[in-house]
Design a protein around this ligand. Structure first.
Ligand code: ZN
Length: 114
């Protein structure tokens, strides 16, 4: 009965390179397995630059979106902060006049100076 060698995975992961090479020389099954792994490794090396490129583009798009969001929210918040009519409308539902603020006003709603 021909038993299949199961050492390859264990040696590949846990043993040092010299031990793996020694076993590969004496075991044809593991040698075939190792050749398959080398092919996969070569394929991965070929495909790697494409994935790196894609990853870089995705990162650049994310940075651009973050910058746009910061600029937009900064502009909107700055506008609300410095334009008191907008912030009054948001807080109280209407713009506040000098009378609403408790200042002395004349019949035109202008601040009265005595
Ligand atoms: Zn083997």
């Amino acid at each position: 009965m021909n038993k299949k060698c199961t050492k390859y995975e264990g040696l590949f992961i846990f043993a040092d390179d010299a031990t793996l090479q020694r076993h590969l020389k004496e075991c044809p099954e593991c040698r075939a397995e190792h050749e398959k792994m080398q092919k996969v490794s070569k394929l991965l090396q070929e495909v790697k630059p494409v994935y790196v490129q894609k990853h870089k583009q995705t990162a650049q798009i994310k940075i651009a979106c973050a910058v746009c969001a910061m600029l937009l929210s900064g502009t909107v918040l700055g506008l609300i902060n410095f334009n008191t009519d907008i912030s009054d409308t948001i807080k109280y539902g209407t713009t506040l006049s000098a009378e609403d603020l408790g200042l002395p006003v004349d019949s035109y709603g202008l601040i009265l100076v005595e």
